[in-house]
Design a protein around this ligand. Structure first.
Ligand code: FAD
Length: 475
């Protein structure tokens, strides 16, 4: 360990001698990485290749005690801190420049109690880690659609995917959390114990402390679900989307169908003449009896003249990873999103026009479909208040060359501006890039003021600010 200078919360610098850093390291089970450590570059690399930050120290924690030591060290010295779970966040808030990264990525344990239908999950686990452990017992927690995403960040923002309409958001299945708060104390949060903190953790992001364990309610599922893709020529998009909207009005909670609009990737089941041409894809999953699923999907699968229909029984664990190959780490990414109450004609027109102007082969627009059980939870029951956001758009600009940043970002922003008048104003904080600070209060919706009060109680000096940041309410 060498002398090191670290970024402080007041945007200054503070120098530490090697002995001080060695003392911190000696208290830990995990490892401290500095800029000279062989694993440093790998440890500072996250999913979005646009984020190229150089922390002063990365502390690879192995347990709650390590996290407590790090938080106290950062708090006592007024240091800039970032918290890393799965490292998937588009804004790149898992990594800071010059400060200390509390890296939880090595804490991956998932323990399932099949009889009680509960799972205890450490904050470095990915969705794949969670699904593999729970599916061994025919159980599942609703999470997201890309298996390399971290459970921690996803949960703290809300969390939705293929089985959310049946079982609720990820946070609706959170039973308790262990949290190291800004004063370096470990607290347990449930609806009964520290209920204000527990409310805020469910949608308020990483603002309130470092979660070292999540306890989830599990549900019986699978191991097979009826799931897959139906791919259509994009020329039919307007008609298809209106029919999609009509059919979903009577969809059972078991059925979820998202829409992807993009240039067709060279997938083996697509005829080669379609590769690189615009397509509309219905991605659907029925999380119940397979025969009932066939009936529930018949309307959607009967629409138009598809280029391919690859819907069939799939192991849930495989379906959860079905999009991984399109969402690999290492590309430059910029996202813009809106929440919609309904998929209006105006929204459809904006999305079709935007797809016609896709700037590159990896860009896409996703219409996500929520509602169902998630939509029946009271808006003030958790910090995730936008329970009426039954649809949303997520515009994914994705490219490789840094010289093209402006062009791709401009495309995403143009769609965002065009859709703004028809959106409901809230946003899913987990889909927001790092440059939307002015939008935050609206994004958190009716929860914002209560979140700011809870922030004042648990983190009055705003130690945890590398996130979609909620400022502590004035005293
Ligand atoms: C390809 C892709 C697909 C996605 N699909 C979905 C989807 O289907 N559904 C969905 O809901 N979301 C989805 N997301 C969004 C995802 O939920 C967020 O990116 C989320 O932040 C990822 O969590 P992470 O732990 O990997 O992130 P990280 O980047 O590690 O962390 C993000 C932030 O969360 C906070 N944080 C992380 N861990 C902790 C902790 N233990 N304690 C306190 N704070 C913590 C910190 O503020 C951190 O900056 C997707 C993202 C990507 C990139």
């Amino acid at each position: 360990m060498v002398d090191v200078t670290l970024e402080t919360l007041d945007v200054g610098k503070k120098a530490f001698d090697a002995a001080t850093i060695r003392d911190l390291g000696g208290a830990l089970r995990g490892k401290i990485l500095d800029q000279g450590s062989p694993a440093y570059d790998e440890a500072r690399t996250i999913w979005n290749a646009m984020i190229d930050r150089k922390p002063g120290l990365i502390v690879r924690c192995l347990g709650a005690a390590d996290v407590i030591h790090c938080v106290r060290f950062a708090r006592d010295n007024g240091l800039l801190v970032a918290v890393r779970g799965g490292g998937h966040n588009i804004a790149g808030s898992a990594i800071c420049d010059g400060g200390v990264v509390i890296d939880l990525s090595q804490m991956k344990s998932v323990r399932v109690d099949p009889a009680a239908q509960r799972a205890w999950v450490e904050p470095g686990a990915t969705l794949a880690d969670l699904d593999k452990e729970t599916q061994a017992f025919g159980l599942a927690v609703p999470t997201g659609i890309n298996s390399t995403t971290g459970v921690a960040g996803l949960t703290l923002g809300g969390g939705f995917g293929w089985i959310t309409r049946k079982f609720g958001l990820t946070i609706d299945n959170l039973l308790s959390a262990d949290v190291v708060t800004a004063d370096g104390e470990l607290v347990h949060a449930t609806t009964k114990e520290n209920p204000d903190l527990f409310w805020a953790l469910r949608g308020g992001g990483g603002n309130f402390g470092v979660v070292t364990a999540f306890e989830f309610q599990l549900h019986k599922l699978g191991p097979q679900v009826l799931a897959g893709l139906v791919v259509h020529p994009f020329d039919d998009a307007a008609k298809l989307l209106k029919e999609y909207r009509r059919l979903l009005e009577s969809a059972p909670d078991e059925l979820t169908c998202w829409v992807l609009m993009r240039k067709a990737p060279p997938l083996p089941f697509l005829p080669s003449e379609w590769h690189g041409r615009e397509v509309l894809v219905f991605a659907m999953c029925y999380c119940g009896d397979i025969k009932e699923g066939e009936k529930a999907m018949a309307g959607l699968r009967g629409l138009g003249k598809p280029i391919a229909d690859v819907v069939g029984p799939n192991p849930f664990v495989s379906w959860q990873a079905a999009f991984d190959s399109l969402m690999t780490p290492g590309a430059r990414n910029y996202w813009k999103s809106h929440d919609f109450a309904q998929l209006s004609d105006a929204a459809i027109a904006v999305l079709i026009d935007a797809t016609r102007q896709l700037p590159g082969p990896e860009c896409e627009i996703i219409i996500f479909h929520v509602g169902g059980a998630a939509g029946r939870v009271a808006p003030d029951a958790t910090a995730f208040s936008q329970r009426n956001a039954h649809f949303g758009m997520s515009v994914h600009a994705r490219w490789r060359e840094d010289a093209m940043d402006k062009r791709y970002i401009a495309w995403a922003k143009k769609i965002f501006d065009a859709a703004a008048p028809i959106a409901i104003g809230t946003a899913y904080v987990n889909f927001m890039p790092g440059d939307e600070v002015e939008r935050l209060e609206k994004a958190y919706g009716t929860s914002y003021h209560r979140l700011a009060q809870v922030k004042r109680r648990y983190d009055p000096s705003n130690l945890f600010r590398m996130n979609q940041n909620i400022r502590p309410a004035a005293g």
